[in-house]
Ligand binder design. Structure first.
Ligand code: ADP
Ligand code: ASP
Ligand code: MG
Length: 608
């Protein structure tokens, strides 16, 4: 007999008929010989309705009262689902998060799960009942027994955490689309269903805007090896398997807050090419990386900083043996770029750094924990290491540094993150795997995040510790930062070398971020803070891209063809993200989806 956790989202329990359909499916699963825990969301758009009510009373409701309010939605649906089951003769019992014992930290509206008591559920299961649990909510461990919620979309996280705690054989997420698709079908109607995706890829997609799964749910599945499937509650089709690594015994205490970093990695075979002062217009990145791709050179990190006046800097890393070729391509292209740029006050320039190392921290526990990256920067600063490039993804933060600083950096990071195991030397980018290895596709899917804002600090002194200062301060104020980019260009002001740092945050955090950073910017003297809330981020994700030259180029070319200007570029091993103007977001997503041939033959139906 298997133990299965099934989660049904809002649309799947959006009406009496839908609740009855859910009850039928649950009963079928029980009849097939399984024990069942069912996690449900609030009906339909109930949670949105509650948020709206609160906003009508005050624009700044207290987080505690928001939790009190929003947690009611799920309480309605657990009772109704239980009744529907009982009506069909299936013994069932509903339980709130508090009744189960889903114990969380006391962070209202974004609480992380610390542990789940399983005893009461297990007793009910032994008695042959289906246990129907309210998703999205928990209770604090303190004597106050405060009700908390996990953050919007958090019922997925409740379900996977329950599956981990109960050591369930399977966790099924039932939703209103056939599974995980190559893009959001509401924006790209030709999106195609994937039969499977790895946890790392899904973590990226989910964090970059694919709301079909809550990123923290994927994090738990990865950390605890929970078998996870996403499928439609309308059909019996198998949906999408999210492939997690084999189940490893991990303590269930501190479930969502255990070791966020489980590895320090390094790669000493990198070199950096920067193209400074290229014109800020569509098509430039496409041209550069198109040529690099045609030469079959594999680029690793790519960043493009904010533009200053009318020009941008683009920098990328390659393996050292590709450097000469990459430099030649950049040098050949630079004059041509400049010649189209009439008002150029300065000349474009190619800059090369031969001996670069990349050090990374990796692990699936960094989402929504801005302190982790900040700790890395702090640790490098204390070791006197200057950071040249930063690239962040959901499972990794990488810094390009001088190769001669590498050993010091690794030692500092291992100590900071308490990793006694030896650091992992990376397979240098571009080394082909043996043909027998089955390569994952270069691009699995695309995502759009419309909820972004871009902040830039211009003219920060270029010395160790600056990134630590900026991101440490944001972390202290619980503001998560996404894409972080340091400009390549140094400008000498009053005898001090200055750089720019740009990054994106979730749009509701932009104002807070501005307030938090303003005093720091004043302290830097000649620095300046620029905020742009009208941006969107379009990303491509695929674990195979590191072995496949030309992925970034194809993305940039697709955007250039649409005449969409790229404001920022950031890449990691498994994703390339471009920040574009908000108004071109959806068009950018559609163009990129088409460029990678991800469209299926059949239109996906989505309930309205
Ligand atoms: P639920 O209420 O079941 O949790 P959500 O609305 O949270 O459902 O998530 C499902 C929605 O996610 C879909 O209706 C779809 O519009 C959206 N979505 C975004 N990206 C993707 C993707 N890559 N694959 C599938 N759905 C996606
Ligand atoms: N009802 C909550 C929300 O709408 C949680 C969830 O559906 O996952 O965000
Ligand atoms: Mg959801």
């Amino acid at each position: 007999m298997a133990l299965i956790v099934q989660k049904y989202g809002g649309t799947s329990v959006g009406s009496v008929e839908r609740i009855q359909a859910v009850a039928q499916r649950v009963i079928q699963t029980v009849k097939a010989g399984n024990s069942l825990v069912v996690v449900v969301s609030a009906m339909g758009k109930t949670t949105d309705g509650l948020v709206k009510l609160a906003k009508e009373i005050t624009p700044t409701p207290s987080r505690r009262e928001m939790d009190m309010l929003l947690s009611t939605g799920e309480q309605v649906s657990i009772a109704l689902v239980s009744m529907a089951l009982q009506e069909l003769g299936q013994p069932a019992i509903s339980m709130t998060g508090a009744q189960v014992g889903i114990v969380t930290e006391a962070e209202h509206t974004r609480a992380r799960i610390l542990r789940i008591e399983t005893e009461r559920m297990e007793r009910q299961l032994r008695e042959g009942k289906v246990v129907v649990v309210a998703g999205f909510q928990g209770i604090t461990a303190s004597e106050d027994l405060e009700i908390t919620t996990l953050g919007r979309g958090g019922s997925d996280t409740s379900a996977v955490a329950l599956a981990a705690a109960l050591r369930a054989d399977l966790c099924e997420i039932y939703t209103d689309v056939p599974g995980i698709l190559t893009a959001d079908p509401r924006l790209v109607p030709s999106a195609e269903l994937m039969s499977e995706i790895t946890c790392d890829e899904m973590l990226e997609l989910a964090s970059l805007g694919a709301k079909v799964l809550h990123p923290r749910a994927v994090e738990i599945a990865r950390n605890y090896g929970v078998p996870l499937v996403v499928r439609s509650s309308w059909t019996d089709d198998p949906g999408t398997k999210v492939i997690s690594p084999a189940r490893v015994p991990r303590p269930l205490q501190g479930l969502e807050i255990v070791h966020p970093v489980d590895a320090v990695e390094f790669d000493t075979d990198q070199a950096k090419v920067s193209l400074l002062r290229v014109p800020d217009r569509p098509g430039v990145a496409a041209r550069l990386f198109g040529e690099i791709g045609r030469q079959n050179l594999n680029v690793d990190l790519i960043i493009q900083s904010i533009h200053e006046g009318n020009s941008n800097d683009i920098a990328f890393t390659v393996t050292r043996d590709s450097l000469n070729q990459a430099e030649a391509v950049a040098s050949a292209i630079a004059p041509a770029l400049r010649s189209h740029f009439d008002a150029a006050p300065e000349e474009a320039e190619v800059m090369v750094k031969r001996e670069i190392a990349k050090v990374s921290i990796g692990g699936a526990g960094m989402i929504g924990r801005p302190g982790v990256a900040a700790q890395m920067f702090q640790s490098l600063a204390q070791a006197g290491v200057n950071i040249q490039m930063i690239s962040t993804s959901e499972v990794k933060v990488s810094c390009a540094i001088d190769a001669e600083d590498c050993d010091r950096a690794i030692a500092a990071l291992c100590e900071t993150f308490d990793l006694s195991s030896s650091p992992v030397q990376m397979n240098p980018a571009g080394v082909p795997l043996s043909p027998a290895d089955e390569l994952p596709p270069p691009v699995r899917g695309v995502a759009l995040d419309k909820n972004q804002a871009r902040l830039a600090i211009r003219y920060i002194p270029d010395r160790p510790g600056m990134a630590a200062k900026v991101f440490g301060l944001l972390a202290k104020n619980n503001i998560s930062v996404d894409t972080i980019i340091q400009s390549q260009r140094c400008r000498i002001m009053n005898g001090v070398a200055m750089r720019d740092i740009a990054f994106t945050v979730a749009r509701p955090d932009a104002e807070d971020a501005r307030k938090v950073l303003e005093p720091l910017v004043r302290e830097f003297g000649s620095s300046e803070l620029v905020v742009d809330t009208a941006v969107a981020k379009v990303s491509v994700v695929g674990a195979g891209m590191i072995h496949s030259p030309g992925v970034a180029a194809r993305m940039f070319e697709a955007l250039a063809k649409e005449k969409i200007n790229i404001q920022m570029i950031a890449s990691s091993e498994i994703k390339v993200s471009c920040v574009v103007g908000e108004e071109s977001g959806v068009r950018a997503l559609q163009a990129v989806h088409a460029a990678f041939g991800l469209s299926g033959s059949k239109k996906i139906e989505v309930p309205v």
